[in-house]
Write a protein that binds this ligand. Structure first.
Ligand SMILES: NC(=O)c1ccc[n+]([C@@H]2O[C@H](COP(=O)([O-])OP(=O)(O)OC[C@H]3O[C@@H](n4cnc5c(N)ncnc54)[C@H](OP(=O)(O)O)[C@@H]3O)[C@@H](O)[C@H]2O)c1
Length: 443
C-alpha cells in the first residue's frame, strides 16, 4: 500500500510533556509510521525561552517564538498544545489553530474545563479534531475508553483518584500518622508538590479532570463551576486512625454521578471501604472507575502524570489523526451537550463519618444522639475514645470535662439534615471546635 503524506506537527511547549513527546517520537517514530502508513514529523516547535537546554533535541526544527503563529502556520497539520493554563497563549493558540483548520491535540485540562464547549464548537465548524487523552489521568486511556469502547452503555457513575500529589500526601499521612503540613513540606522538598500546592491539594486540578469525565459520561458541557470542591488540608491523623479502625481509607475522590436531581459532581476527601480497589491506589498513582449498565464496573489505574506516561497519551491522539479517525471532542456535537449546573450538596444522600471533640460530662453523648434523632439520622456506630495526649485538641487523658474524641458513622441520610443536626450540637455547647464531616462513598 502506498504511504500517505507525512503528518506534520507543530509542538508548542517543550517542558515535561513536550520533551517527553519528542523522546517518544525519536524512539518510536518508525513503528508509528508503519502503524499509520505515514510518517509523523515535527515541522515546528515553540517555547518561552529559545536558549534553555532541552532534554530532547530540537536542533534543525523550525523555531517559533509565538505559539499562535506556529498554530496557524501552513507548514503544520496538527497543533500540539503543551503550554498549560486556562487562558493566555494556550487559549489563543488553540483558537488560532482550530480557526486555521488545523487539528489540535492538547494535555490541558484547565483550558478544556473552562473553554471546552466553545473550542469543541470551533473544531466542529472547521472539520478538525480536538483530542485530549492526556488531559485526564496522564497515561491512563480513559478518554478513549469513554469516547469509543463504552459508547454502548448508559453510565451511572464515574469516579476516581485524579491527582497524584494529593494522593501521595494522603498515603504518607495514613501510613506514617503524620500531619498534613509536615507531609506537604516534605513533598515540596522532594519536588512532588509545587511551591504553591493549592491547585493540587485544594482539588482544582482533579475538578478540571472531573469536568471532562462528566462531559464524556453524561453528555453535558464541561463546566468547572459546576463541581463542588473541598481539599485535603483539614484531614488530620486522628481521622486516619478512626478510618482505619472502622474499615475505611480516606482519598481525595472525584465523583460524577447521575441523581434524580441531576448530575452531582464533587471533589472532596472521601471515606472508601478498605476492601475497594481504589483504597489500594497509593502514592502518585491515579485510578478511574466507570459504571456502565452493560459493561459493569470498569477500573483503570496507572501513572497519572510524568513525561513518558503523558507523552504516551498525547501520541495516541496524534496517531488517531494520522490514521484519519475523527470524533466530536465530547462525543455529541457541541450544540447537543446539555448544560450542567452546580451540584447542590445539601441534597446529597449517603453515609457520613463525623468526628466531634465532646466535653466529657454526663448527658453530652445522649444530647448529641437526640439532636441526630430529631433530624431522623440513625447512627451505624458511635465510638468514644480518649486519644493519646499528644494529639492536638484532645488535651490530657482521663479528666471529667476534658474534650474527648467521639467518632460516629451515620446510615444513609441527606446532607442538609446532618448539617442542621451538627449546627444544633455546636450551639448546645457540648463540643469543642468545629465538627469534622467526611462523606462515605459506597464502592
Ligand atoms: N507534567 C505532567 O505530568 C502533566 C500530566 C498531564 C497533563 N499535563 C498538562 O500538560 C501541559 C504541559 O505541562 P508540563 O508539565 O509539560 O508544563 P511545563 O513543564 O511547565 O512546560 C510548559 C512549557 O510551555 C512553555 N511556555 C510557557 N509559556 C509559553 C508561552 N507564552 N509561549 C510559548 N511557550 C510557553 C514553556 O517554555 P520554557 O520551557 O521556555 O519555559 C515550557 O516549555 C499542561 O496543560 C499540564 O496540565 C501535564
Amino acid at each position: 500500500m502506498k504511504a500517505h503524506k507525512p503528518l506534520r506537527l507543530g509542538i508548542a511547549g517543550l517542558g515535561t510533556v513536550g520533551s517527553g513527546l519528542l523522546s517518544l517520537l525519536a524512539e518510536h517514530g518508525e513503528s508509528i509510521a508503519e502503524k499509520c502508513n505515514r510518517a509523523v514529523e515535527v515541522a515546528g516547535v515553540c517555547a518561552r525561552s529559545r536558549d534553555k537546554k532541552r532534554g530532547a533535541g530540537v536542533e534543525g526544527i523550525p523555531w517559533f517564538d509565538d505559539p499562535a503563529a506556529l498554530a496557524a502556520d501552513p507548514s503544520i497539520d496538527v497543533f500540539v498544545e503543551l503550554i498549560g493554563g486556562d487562558s493566555g497563549p494556550a487559549l489563543q493558540s488553540v483558537q488560532a489553530a482550530l480557526s486555521a483548520g488545523k487539528h489540535v491535540v492538547t494535555a490541558n485540562k484547565a483550558l478544556l474545563a473552562c473553554h471546552g464547549p466553545e473550542l469543541a464548537a470551533l473544531a466542529e465548524k472547521n472539520g478538525v479534531a480536538l483530542n485530549f487523552e492526556a488531559a485526564v489521568a496522564g497515561g491512563i486511556p480513559i478518554v478513549k475508553a469513554l469516547r469509543e469502547s463504552l459508547l454502548g452503555n448508559s453510565i451511572s457513575r464515574i469516579y476516581g483518584i485524579l491527582n497524584g500529589t494529593s494522593n501521595y500526601i494522603l498515603t504518607r499521612m495514613q501510613r506514617e500518622g503524620l500531619p498534613f503540613a509536615e507531609v506537604l513540606a516534605e513533598a515540596q522538598a522532594l519536588g512532588y508538590a509545587e511551591a504553591d500546592p493549592s491547585f493540587d491539594v485544594d482539588g482544582q486540578d482533579a475538578a478540571h479532570k472531573l469536568c471532562l469525565l462528566a462531559a464524556l459520561s453524561f453528555g453535558v458541557r464541561p463546566n468547572f463551576n459546576a463541581v463542588h470542591l473541598e481539599g485535603i488540608r483539614g484531614i488530620t491523623p486522628a481521622d486516619f486512625r478512626a478510618a482505619d479502625e472502622l474499615g475505611y481509607r480516606i482519598k481525595l475522590l472525584a465523583v460524577a454521578v447521575q441523581t434524580p436531581a441531576g448530575i452531582e459532581a464533587r471533589v472532596s476527601p472521601t471515606m472508601i471501604p478498605k476492601t475497594s480497589t481504589l483504597a489500594g491506589v497509593d502514592g502518585v498513582l491515579n485510578c478511574v472507575a466507570v459504571e456502565g449498565d452493560f459493561a459493569g464496573l470498569i477500573i483503570l489505574a496507572g501513572p497519572g502524570a510524568g513525561a513518558r506516561p503523558t507523552a504516551s497519551s498525547v501520541a495516541s491522539d496524534i496517531i488517531d489523526i494520522a490514521r484519519g479517525h475523527m470524533r466530536p471532542p465530547f462525543i455529541l456535537p457541541a450544540a447537543k451537550l446539555k448544560s450542567h449546573s452546580r451540584s447542590q450538596m445539601r441534597t446529597h444522600e449517603g453515609g457520613y463519618y463525623i468526628r466531634l471533640s465532646v466535653f466529657d460530662r454526663p448527658g453530652a453523648i445522649a444530647a448529641i444522639a437526640t439532636r441526630m434523632a430529631e433530624q431522623r439520622i440513625s447512627l451505624e456506630s458511635v465510638v468514644q475514645k480518649r486519644e493519646a495526649p499528644d494529639l492536638p485538641g484532645f488535651g490530657r487523658p482521663g479528666h471529667e470535662g476534658d474534650p474527648t474524641p467521639v467518632v460516629m458513622i451515620t446510615h444513609r441520610t441527606r446532607e442538609d439534615l446532618l448539617r442542621s443536626a451538627l449546627d444544633l450540637i455546636v450551639k448546645d455547647g457540648h463540643v469543642e471546635g468545629a465538627p469534622q464531616m467526611i462523606r462515605i462513598e459506597a464502592l
